[in-house]
Design a protein around this ligand. Sequence first.
Ligand SMILES: Nc1ncnc2c1ncn2[C@@H]1O[C@H](COP(=O)(O)OP(=O)(O)OP(=O)(O)O)[C@@H](O)[C@H]1O
Length: 446
Amino acid sequence: MAYLSPKLVMFSMAVLPPVVGGAIWLNRRMKRQQRLVQDALAEATSQAADTLGNIRLVRDFGQEHVEYDRYARAIDVTYHTALQVGRSNALLEGTVFWGVNMSLVAVLAVGSTMIASQEMTVGALTSFLLYSLYFGIHTNGMSNVYADLTRGLGASQRLFDLIDLPSDPTSSMPHDGARPRAVNILARDDEVDQQGIEAVLRHVTFAYPERPDEIVLEDYSLELPAGKSVGLCGSSGCGKSTVARLLTRLYDPSSGQVFFDGVDLRTLDPVEMRHNIGIVAQDALLFDRTVRENLMYGRPDATEAQLIEAAKQANAYEFICELPEGFDTEVGERGVTLSGGQRARLAIARALLRQPRLLILDEASAALDAVSEQQVHAALKAALTLNTGRMTTLLIAHRLATLKTADVIHVMDHGRIVESGSFQELEAGTGLFRQMLDAQSTASTA
Ligand SMILES: Nc1ncnc2c1ncn2[C@@H]1O[C@H](COP(=O)(O)OP(=O)(O)OP(=O)(O)O)[C@@H](O)[C@H]1O
């Protein structure tokens, strides 16, 4: 084109600076807007998942319409933000298209005067116009590609943000870290003389990453002697479950250390470490699978006899047999077809079947009625006695009677241990444990 007419090139390029400037500005705007679309979409999806996951609660409170409106509003936000991206895109394409056509008009106008003054031939102008046309078409095409690229970048920004988030403390662990002593649960052999893990928290200070200013545990030390049963109690929110989360390494302490059999938890292979732990959490989570699949989740190689034994120990065998298809009954989403007590007993059976070296029971019987609670406690007591030495147990409880089986009980208050001793010793004392016992007996007789 420059060879045909440098003068025409100058005229045809005159419109480029404002067009390029406009395109850059619009692209930046689109990137920002596309990110907002992704945010709005994520919000709407999470709202839907939250509502559907709690659909019973929604129906119990007759909030269907409220939830419907909330979701409609979230979708509306997504729609309007997407509309803005569409507008910016249209403006961008329009600007580039206008620029290309303006350039052609300028070439035609100047070219025709050049032909009149015999500076250029008709053939040369036709060639120039054809080149300009091709150039314009492909510039327009490139602007579309660039717009798509910008939208893609805006959308993937959320993904990059997620990738940049601090990772699970255990996920970066090498898979060949040191291992807890002796027994490898994957190669479990009932003849192996299993021993409970000695677990120790030493001078641990911890705050949740979401609330770094709120210290949950401060200079906290706790010892779970190998094969013993340790009780933990205290008012709600004092940090009991947090101790369990540190022992299972869901979080790492801000300072201080956690040891299994004298080895810092941070140097252990997390997968192997967790194979040695059984946990029954407050909310007994179950998969939408059969009873058998749920029980065998932590120990897929368990035999039928071991399955039945674990179910019996957790006082769950009878009700399982009464289910329409026994062990092969589907429990529904989150175990919806079972009562809270039945779910809790299945969770206990699942943990016992695993034959863990460290068993953590976090308010395991909170969901049970008085009779089932007693039955489960009796079963747990028998299971703990049966496994004496083979399993270290941490019993976290609100109901203090649960802790009678514990070898030692620690009473917590505001992230610290304020009292320790056996049930009888603490019961005879005048400290927090005695006060909590009195409060519970008053509440149960009221
Ligand atoms: N994921 C979290 N992010 C931020 N703070 C949390 C988180 N989980 C718990 N907390 C806070 O940490 C404190 C201790 O919680 P924790 O669950 O350990 O108490 P708890 O003694 O087990 O209570 P409860 O007996 O009611 O279960 C509470 O103040 C709680 O609000």
